[in-house]
Design a protein around this ligand. Structure first.
Ligand code: B12
Length: 263
């Protein structure tokens, strides 16, 4: 004899037990969510399958993974997508996090920086080709363009972001520019490889409150520091920083400079 769990019920009775409309139970059968057997033109469902589905429907939802773990996981997927040149996937990963409310600086720092550093290491060791790095960098460039924030409200002041002549790493200047924009600065993003006299001239002509000079190529550090000295002498606040430092540090340094200006 069948045990009660083996007994089979028609679909209407199964729907009643599950507390759903017949059509819903029918859709679940069609989609494979509920096992059923067709006998003489009728669906029959095992009591055990009804109980199991009922249990799953009422089980507490799995708690979402802590944020840091989710970002780390996203960074791993981002690395794979960048190395494979899967631009659609890159956009999907980043936009999903942005839609969930991840601040731009967090997204860059936790989801884009780790893969780029890994790509830099792979390129250096010969594990990755130069074109893999170039393709990944181009994708990141386009992604950052899509993510550019434009928050409402009063601006803290006018900032310029640039890297000096000899430093061709423009991506970190974009990261800095977006971070400051997200933190309510009005930002002129001048990019990389800029002669220092051009930076000074721009600051003089545009009433700039703060110049941020990003350094990624260590050989450019002396010129970046010298440029900052010239800017400060002309009464423009200037901060120099980059490789190995974070966007949180940048935000704090910029805010401190802004507070000094306000006094
Ligand atoms: C992409 C890339 C390139 C691209 C740049 C494309 C572009 N459009 O930007 C190209 C191909 C042009 C390039 C060229 C070179 N590169 Co390159 N590059 C990289 C790579 C992979 C990513 C750069 C990046 O986007 N960094 C941003 C993130 C990932 O790094 P980060 O340090 O955390 O950056 C943060 C700070 O900059 C901060 N920040 C920005 N502004 C400010 C300001 C302040 C005040 C503060 C506090 C913080 C801050 O924001 C970022 C995020 O937090 C790096 C790897 C790496 N580790 O960075 C190599 C890397 C920087 N490159 C390197 C090298 C050697 C070169 C070349 C010399 C190679 C060559 N033989 O030609 C040339 C130099 C060209 C030049 N004259 O500048 C080395 C530098 C080694 C070193 N000595 O430190 C690295 C580290 C790769 C490696 N592992 O060897 N590169």
């Amino acid at each position: 004899m069948d045990s009660p769990q083996d007994s089979r019920l028609d679909l209407q009775t199964a729907a009643d037990e599950l507390g759903v409309h017949y059509q819903t139970a029918y859709r679940w059968v069609r989609s494979g969510r509920l096992d059923a057997e067709m006998v003489d033109g009728r669906y029959l469902v095992r009591q055990a399958d009804i109980s199991e589905l009922d249990r799953r429907r009422h089980a507490p939802a799995t708690p979402p993974a802590p944020r840091a773990v989710r970002l780390e996981h996203a960074a791993d997927r981002m690395y794979e997508a960048l190395v494979d040149g899967e631009e659609t996937e890159v956009m999907k990963i980043a936009k999903r996090l942005a839609d969930e409310g991840a601040p731009i600086a967090d997204l860059i720092q936790n989801v884009l920086v780790p893969p780029l550093r890994r790509i830099g290491q792979g390129w250096r060791s010969g594990e990755l080709t130069i074109w893999t790095e170039h393709r990944a960098s181009s994708i990141v460039e386009r992604l950052l363009g899509e993510l550019a924030p434009n928050p409402r409200g009063r601006r803290r002041g006018v900032a310029v972001v640039a890297a000096v002549a000899g430093d061709r790493h423009s991506l970190p200047t974009t990261m800095a520019a977006l971070t400051l924009r997200g933190d309510h600065w009005h930002v002129h993003h001048l990019g990389a490889d800029l002669p220092p006299d051009q930076i000074s001239q721009f600051c003089g002509d545009h009433d700039v409150d703060l110049a941020v000079i990003t350094v990624t190529n260590p050989e450019s550090r002396p010129l970046a520091d010298a440029t900052a000295v010239v800017l400060r002498a002309a009464d423009t606040s200037a901060i120099v920083g980059g490789a190995g430092q974070t966007l949180v540090e940048l935000t704090e340094l910029a805010r401190n400079a802004g507070n000094r200006l306000a006094k």
